[in-house]
Design a protein around this ligand. Structure first.
Ligand code: EPZ
Length: 417
């Protein structure tokens, strides 16, 4: 199994350019099949999730042409056949094919094995939305058959502002007869990116980015050209790294307003940064003190960034806390950080952690437990004294486009062995 090997403690300077958002492109590609013509999506990140989605499109006989940073998709010859477990279990975002195939054909037949290491991650809210649009659902051993005579718009209240459910219901509703209102919708920027894509094809979606989204069904969706927004979690990851090691380090092609909560908390800890229109520059690290973080849905502090903040908090003088309100099991990276010299405690309900700093970190062998957990170990390895090797790196490579190349270019000693 390949590993990432890092020799820590090297200052980083120069420019890191942010790629397209993973959590947007994994919805845009399934959404593309709703179009009755060819669509082109640009600023596509080079990550394995895109490859896995391409395999599902090919399985469905959709035409996908890939060039660097771009995909072209034509679904006019698509066949609505069963999506196997082998294909769907590769990534959780395969569940967007439920909304897309239901929206296009009024039927979808696919396996979807739920859960993952950070939590149970049920899809009950997705299914509630499909039923309210008129679909009947039968599920047996993770095999879902969801079908409707015809899909009719309806009012759908989400008990929790779920990102996946909001997007999946949007996909199912764009061609449904009449008006759909999603109440208590998630407000993440990726949702705006999907809604804009669909509207560019001729859909009628209003209110994306707010807690109430209105969709008027349309019959036909024409071709369009669309761009993936910059990845705010990738940008946040490099901003944390820059706060620790940056000497004139610029994070470029990002949207600072998508990272308001992170910027506020880093600033509270003592980080000094110059915020530009589409970039942030960190001139040099400062001395930092402990802060308290609580994850919330957007625009609150992103759950995906709390794990990446953990190594940063080990370098803050005093006591810091992280309260995770979204997932039930998202502190698996902390014991790995402790192996490197961190001083962390997790409350017995697994919802709050305390980190005491400032503790010097030393390189050792660690294992990634999930995507952002792996990223947090990589951040720790970059600041640790000596050499760290990280195992299970497929988690990391799924969500970070060319992370080894991007860090090497600004002076990190990092390689895949
Ligand atoms: C998206 O997952 C992201 N993934 C996650 O990023 C991110 O952590 C999450 O949103 C929250 O921001 C993608 O976009 C591909 P949710 P999603 O539905 O849509 C519960 C990463 O690191 N829930 O908002 O699955 C669920 O159990 C990944 O890139 C239900 O109870 O997130 C969880 O506790 C990790 N029933 C909470 O809501 C449902 O039907 C948040 O889930 C759906 C969700």
């Amino acid at each position: 199994m390949p590993k990432i090997k890092i020799d820590g403690g090297h200052e980083l300077s120069g420019t890191i350019t942010i790629s397209g958002a993973k959590n947007s492109v994994v919805a845009l590609i399934p959404a593309a099949i709703l179009c009755d013509e060819t669509v082109t999506i640009s600023n596509v990140p080079n990550i394995t999730d895109v490859d896995d989605l391409e395999n599902i499109l090919v399985h469905l006989n959709a035409k996908i042409t890939r060039s660097p940073g771009k995909v072209e998709i034509n679904s006019s010859d698509i066949i609505n056949k069963e999506i196997t477990e082998t294909l769907s279990k590769k990534l959780r975002a395969s569940y967007y094919f439920m909304g897309a195939l239901l929206g296009k054909f009024n039927k979808v037949d696919m396996y979807f094995p739920g859960g993952c290491s950070i939590g149970a991650r049920p899809i009950n809210l997705h299914l509630k939305g499909f039923e309210l649009l008129g679909a009947k659902i039968t599920e047996e051993e993770n095999h879902f058959i969801i079908e409707a005579e015809k899909l009719r718009g309806n009012n759908i209240y989400l008990d929790f502002p779920s990102v996946g459910a909001t997007i999946n219901i949007m996909l199912a509703a764009v061609k449904a007869r009449g008006k759909t209102v999603i109440d208590n919708a998630a407000q993440e920027p990726e949702i705006v990116n999907i809604a804009t894509f669909l509207n560019n094809m001729g859909a009628k979606i209003r209110g994306a980015g707010t807690s109430t989204i209105t969709i008027i069904g349309v019959k036909y969706l024409h071709s369009c050209f669309h761009e993936v927004i910059p990845d705010r979690i990738e940008a946040g990851t490099y901003l944390v790294i820059a706060s620790l090691l940056g000497q004139e380090l610029k994070i470029d092609n990002m949207i600072p307003s998508h990272l308001e909560a992170l910027i506020a908390k880093l600033t509270e800890a003592g980080v000094e940064m110059d915020i530009g229109l589409d970039n942030i520059v960190i001139h040099e690290p400062k001395d930092y003190h402990g802060i308290d973080i609580k994850t919330l849905v957007y625009p609150g502090f992103a759950t995906d960034l709390q794990q990446i903040m953990a190594p940063f908090l080990t370098q803050c003088k005093g006591r810091s806390t992280i309260e995770e309100t979204i997932y039930e099991n998202r502190f698996q990276n902390l014991p790995e950080l402790d192996k490197m010299g961190a001083n962390t405690q997790i409350r017995k309900d697994n919802r709050k952690a305390t980190i005491r700093g400032k503790t010097p970190l030393k390189g050792t062998e660690v294992t990634a437990t999930d995507l952002r957990g792996g990223a947090s170990l990589l951040v720790a390895a970059l600041i640790a004294e000596g050499v760290t090797t990280i195992d299970n790196i497929s988690y990391i490579l799924r969500g970070y486009d060319q992370i080894v190349e991007k860090l090497t270019a600004v002076g990190a000693k990092i390689e895949i062995i």
